[in-house]
Design a protein around this ligand. Structure first.
Ligand code: ZN
Length: 169
């Protein structure tokens, strides 16, 4: 697998230079996603535009797009779903910066100067994942299977839930 992209990136530096990164990565290279999908085949297309807004906040305009196979929570058979997500991440490293973030931004905490590009892609995909994917009614093979199977859902990392909560606040 050839990757021309660096594995770690410095968002603040990229924002200062107004850089743009795009490419694709195999689903099999994203470990947290691998736990959730039924088959880790296929590619994720991504693009990130780094910028600084009028309030001097570093932002990342993120786009991810892929097709994944997950387990239907009704019949427990695989189902293919398209995942596409556009978001604007507002970078912060302390509470004062967090307070200044525009409401339309997704808060993105930066603890260290560099982050893993793969993790950034993975975070975006995880946030776009449906909590309980289901076939359309007529495609579900076994409707008697209990709806309450949460095996796959439990494996959603807590960080995702935390992030979702933050967004609502
Ligand atoms: Zn189903």
């Amino acid at each position: 697998m050839v990757s021309e992209q660096p594995q770690t990136i410095s968002p603040l530096l990229l924002a200062r230079n107004r850089e743009h990164i795009k490419g694709s990565i195999g689903l099999d290279l994203l470990p947290r996603l691998k736990d959730i999908v039924a088959k880790s085949e296929g590619q994720v297309q991504y693009s990130f535009s780094f910028d600084i807004d009028q309030d001097e906040i570093c932002i990342i305009k993120a786009y991810v797009d892929t097709r994944i196979s997950v387990i239907c929570q009704r019949c427990l058979k695989p189902i293919s779903i398209d995942i596409e997500r556009n978001s604007i991440l507002g970078i912060f490293s302390n509470s004062e910066e967090l307070d200044r973030l525009d409401n339309e931004y997704e808060p993105f905490e930066l603890d260290e100067e560099t982050i893993s590009l793969d993790m950034l892609i993975e975070d975006e995909l995880l946030l776009a994942m449906p909590i309980a994917p289901l076939h359309n009614d007529n495609k579900c093979k076994d409707k008697n299977t209990t709806k309450r199977s949460t095996k796959n859902i439990k494996e959603n990392p807590f960080s995702v839930l935390k992030k979702l909560k933050n967004n609502k606040a």
